[in-house]
Design a protein around this ligand. Structure first.
Ligand SMILES: [Zn+2]
Ligand SMILES: [Zn+2]
Ligand SMILES: [Zn+2]
Ligand SMILES: [Zn+2]
Length: 382
């Protein structure tokens, strides 16, 4: 790898200071995942505790017996209802499914709304405030509230398919694996059966499904369509492996920092410090919603980035480039390769999409102080 020394140094300096933070954050996530897993596992077996926990759905059946049980049931129903009102997110009023944050006065916010508030504040160049008490909120002053997270995970919640109630911590598993009403595909969908329906009807359908007895000729068109999808995906990876054989490859772990434009309505953009690649100086710039006038008003958020060559070059050069998540970053970005021909006059690429999965991921990046990414560049030798 030519130019490797310079890049490696940049990487060490720019990402070194952050490893601590990231480790903590990752630990938190892991813990949560572990918790979820163990909870989900419980749900797999018929569990005598479940009836007790679910209260709502299961409780109704038990409650019809005697007057005493009825009273108990309505009392617990009320308590659950009251708790739901107390433990919900102060912004969206939903009972959060993941992490719950609180302001210094204890007002609760779900992770999505918290990131959204911080992202809006970043876009408007203001300090984010708690929607309840207007106290400043920031990543380092807001704290998780684990007790609330655990309490919420025990509250009953309605399955979106069968409308029965389950403890929140088992709901996801129920909706994805167990619910008889959850939508599923026919087992022969891969050979062209378009049937979709509730899970409990699937085996009935599969018994009469005409697709298993179709001829190879009929199956071919379904296989062709599938093939095409695989080919498209394979092309991307083939391209990456081809690029791996280029003579000059370099990567830089970069940190994008927020800046404001000079114009009257200041707009947020991000820029890296200068970095070296192929013995030239470069900068990466990122902007939000393509410099839309007030992106804070839009729910849809996306980012695009531009690669700028800061050194005068004597001869044109063709560069392929791609962004992936940095070693200590947690950005969710899809691999997409771009290409640009730099010359004396053309030193800036157009703004190209940073392929993030959704607006929520964009908000999450905006909520953080800086954005870490790894830029890989391939120089076409002529
Ligand atoms: Zn919320
Ligand atoms: Zn507050
Ligand atoms: Zn269900
Ligand atoms: Zn079928």
């Amino acid at each position: 790898m030519s130019d490797g020394e310079g890049s490696a140094q940049t990487a060490a300096v720019e990402t070194g200071g952050q490893s601590d933070n990231m480790t903590v954050a990752m630990d938190g996530q892991q813990q949560q995942q572990q918790q979820n897993v163990s909870i989900t596992k419980d749900d797999g077996e018929p569990n005598p505790k479940k009836a007790k926990l679910s209260g709502g759905g299961g409780g109704e059946v038990f409650g019809r017996g005697g007057g005493g049980a009825d009273k108990q049931h309505s009392a617990s129903d009320k308590l659950e209802h009251r708790l739901g009102g107390i433990l919900c997110c102060a912004v969206c009023l939903d009972l959060p499914r993941s992490s719950i944050y609180q302001c210094t006065n204890g007002h609760l916010m779900c992770a999505g709304c918290f990131a959204h508030l911080l992202a809006d504040a970043r876009l408007r160049d203001e300090m984010a405030t708690c929607p309840n008490c207007r106290v400043d909120i920031a990543k380092n002053t807001a704290t998780r509230n684990l007790a609330v997270e655990k309490a919420v995970s025990e509250l009953p919640s309605e399955c979106q398919f069968c409308a029965k109630e389950f403890p929140r911590n088992t709901l996801q598993h129920h909706e994805q694996q167990l619910c008889a009403e959850r939508p599923v595909k026919c087992g022969y969908s891969k050979i062209g059966c378009p049937w979709r329906g509730p899970s409990h009807e699937a085996s009935e359908h599969e018994k009469v499904c005409p697709h298993p007895s179709t001829t190879g000729k009929d199956v071919m068109s379904a296989l062709d369509a599938m093939d095409q999808k695989f080919q498209e995906e394979k092309l991307l990876y083939d391209t990456i492996f081809d690029l791996m054989s280029f003579e000059k490859i370099t990567f830089n772990d970069l940190q994008l920092k927020p800046y404001r434009t000079e114009e009257f309505v200041h707009k947020l953009y991000y820029e890296t410090a200068r970095f070296s690649a192929f013995n030239f100086q470069w900068v990466v710039k990122t902007r939000i919603n393509n410099m839309q006038r007030d992106p804070a008003l839009s729910v849809d958020r996306h980012m695009s980035y531009q690669l700028i060559l800061k050194t005068k070059i004597p001869t044109p050069m063709s560069v392929h480039y791609l962004v992936v998540k940095g070693p200590f970053g947690d950005m969710k970005v899809n691999p997409k390769i771009y290409k640009f021909e730099f010359n004396e006059n053309e030193t800036e690429t157009q703004f190209v999409t940073l392929p993030l999965p959704d607006s929520a991921e964009c908000n999450r990046l905006l909520a953080a102080k800086t954005i870490n990414l790894r830029l890989i560049m391939f120089l076409v030798s002529k």
